[in-house]
Design a protein around this ligand. Structure first.
Ligand SMILES: NC(=O)c1ccc[n+]([C@@H]2O[C@H](COP(=O)([O-])OP(=O)(O)OC[C@H]3O[C@@H](n4cnc5c(N)ncnc54)[C@H](O)[C@@H]3O)[C@@H](O)[C@H]2O)c1
Length: 378
C-alpha cells in the first residue's frame, strides 16, 4: 500500500458517482467512470460536462482545469477496463448490500491487493461489504454528500479490518479533492450525520403518527427557527423510498424502533415518494411547496431536536465512533446546522436534558430516545 494515487475508478455513474468523478477530475486525477448501463453512463458524463461548462463560464475553475477534466475522463461499461491502472476505486452503486457485495467480489478479482476499494454507502456496514473480498484491510467507507462538487464533508470510515495506511491514504486523497474529511473510527450503522439525524426522524415521525402535530406545522416551526428546509420537506426532496429503506436498514442493524413510521409507510405504499413523483408529505406538482410559517406548532420545541441530536452524539462518543470535534464538524458541514450538536448543548444543564428526553421516550414509547449513559452521569 502507500502507492501514490494518480488514477481512480468510479463504479456507478448516477447522482453520486458522476459527482465523485468530477471532484476527482478537478483535483487533477485521471478518472475512469463505469456504469453497468450505457444510458446511465452517458447521462453521468453529460452531467459532468454541463457542470464543468457552468463552472468555467462563472470563472469558478481555470481553463487549464477545464481542459484537464475533458482530457482525463474515460467512460466505460467494462469494469475491467475502468480499474486497470487505478490505485483507488470508489463504488457508488445502489444502496443494496447484495449489489455492493457483488461489485466488491468482482473488484477483488480485477484488482491487485494494493488497490484501495472505497464504498460510498450512506448507512451500511463496511465490514459486511468488505467480507466479499479476500483482502478486507484495503476496503473502507468514503462517504461523500450530495451534491458532491459543492459539499465539503466526507466521512472516512474504518471497517473492522481496514488498515491505518488505507485510512490515511484515503483521508489525504479527500484533502487533495478539496474536501474536509472526518474520521469515523468504528463501523457503526449510518456513521455520523445520518446516525445523528436518525432519532430526530423517529421522534418527528412519532409526533405525526400520534396526531400531535402535522408535517407542515413541524416544518413551519423548524423554518421559523432558521432551518433552510423543513424536515418533511427535506424527506420529500431526498425521496420517501430512500428515507424508508434507510429506516428499515437501521431497524435491523441498530434497534427496531428506528424503523419507518406509519405516515411514511402509507405514502411509500401509495407510490407518493416526494418531489420525484409530485406528491409526498407535500404537493410538488407546482414546484417547491410553500410552507406557511404561521402554522408553526407549539406542541413540540426546537430544543427537543437539539437534545435528541446531542444525545445521539454522546452515544457515538461513548461507543468510540468519532470524537466530539469531528461530530460537530460533520454536522455543520453535512447538514447546514450553524453549530454542531455538542457545541449547541455545552452550557445546558444535563439533568434538564435528561428529564426532557425521558419524558419524550415515555410519551412515544421509544426507548432509543432515552438519555445516554453520560447524560445520566454514569
Ligand atoms: N443520492 C444521495 O443523496 C446520496 C448521498 C450520499 C451517499 N449516497 C450513496 O451513494 C450510493 C449511490 O447512490 P446514488 O444516489 O448515486 O444512486 P443512483 O441510483 O443515482 O446511481 C447508481 C448507479 O449505479 C449503477 N449500477 C448499478 N449496478 C451496477 C453495477 N453492478 N456496476 C456498475 N454500475 C452499476 C446504476 O446503473 C446507476 O447509474 C448509494 O450507496 C447511496 O446510498 C447517496
Amino acid at each position: 500500500m502507500g502507492q501514490p494515487i494518480d488514477t481512480v475508478a468510479v463504479i456507478g455513474a448516477g447522482v453520486m458517482g458522476h459527482g465523485i468523478a468530477q471532484a476527482a477530475l478537478m483535483a487533477g486525477l485521471q478518472v475512469r467512470l463505469c456504469d453497468a448501463q450505457e444510458a446511465a453512463l452517458n447521462n453521468g458524463v453529460a452531467r459532468i460536462q454541463e457542470s464543468l461548462d457552468k463552472l468555467l463560464a462563472k470563472h469558478k475553475i481555470a481553463q487549464e482545469t477545464y481542459d484537464h477534466c475533458r482530457r482525463a475522463l474515460i467512460a466505460t461499461t467494462d469494469m475491467g477496463e475502468a480499474v486497470a491502472g487505478a490505485q483507488m476505486v470508489f463504488e457508488a452503486v445502489p444502496e443494496v448490500l447484495e449489489i455492493k457485495q457483488a461489485v466488491f467480489r468482482k473488484l477483488d478479482e480485477l484488482t491487485d491487493e494494493r488497490t484501495i476499494l472505497a464504498s460510498n454507502t450512506s448507512n451500511m456496514s463496511i465490514s459486511a461489504i468488505a467480507s466479499s473480498t479476500r483482502h478486507p484491510h484495503r476496503v473502507l467507507g468514503v462517504h461523500f454528500f450530495n451534491p458532491v462538487v459543492l459539499m465539503k464533508l466526507v466521512e472516512v470510515i474504518k471497517g473492522e479490518q481496514t488498515s491505518e495506511d488505507v485510512m490515511q491514504t484515503a483521508y489525504d486523497l479527500c484533502l487533495r479533492m478539496n474536501k474536509t474529511p472526518v474520521r469515523v473510527e468504528k463501523d457503526a450503522p449510518s456513521f455520523i450525520v445520518n446516525r445523528i439525524n436518525a432519532p430526530v426522524r423517529v421522534y418527528l415521525g412519532a409526533v405525526v403518527d400520534a396526531g400531535v402535530a402535522g408535517p407542515e406545522e413541524i416544518d413551519a416551526l423548524l423554518k421559523s427557527a432558521g432551518d433552510p428546509m423543513g424536515h418533511f420537506e427535506l424527506s420529500d426532496f431526498i425521496g420517501l423510498d430512500t428515507v424508508h429503506s434507510s429506516m428499515l436498514y437501521r431497524a435491523e442493524a441498530l434497534h427496531p424502533e428506528y424503523g419507518p413510521f406509519r405516515e411514511l409507510e402509507k405514502r411509500v405504499k401509495e407510490g407518493n415518494l416526494g418531489r420525484k413523483t409530485g406528491r409526498g408529505f407535500y404537493d410538488w406538482t407546482q414546484g417547491k411547496p410553500e410552507i406557511d410559517l404561521a402554522k408553526k406548532t407549539d406542541k413540540i420545541s426546537v430544543d427537543d431536536i437539539k437534545y435528541i441530536k446531542y444525545n445521539e452524539a454522546l452515544k457515538l462518543i461513548e461507543e468510540g465512533v468519532a470524537s466530539s470535534k469531528d461530530i460537530d464538524l460533520a454536522m455543520v458541514l453535512g447538514t447546514g446546522d450553524k453549530v454542531g450538536p455538542v457545541e449547541a448543548c455545552k452550557d445546558a444543564d444535563a439533568s434538564v436534558i435528561a428529564a426532557r428526553l425521558t419524558e419524550i421516550a415515555e410519551t412515544y414509547r421509544k426507548s432509543i430516545l432515552s438519555p445516554s449513559a453520560s447524560l445520566l452521569g454514569k
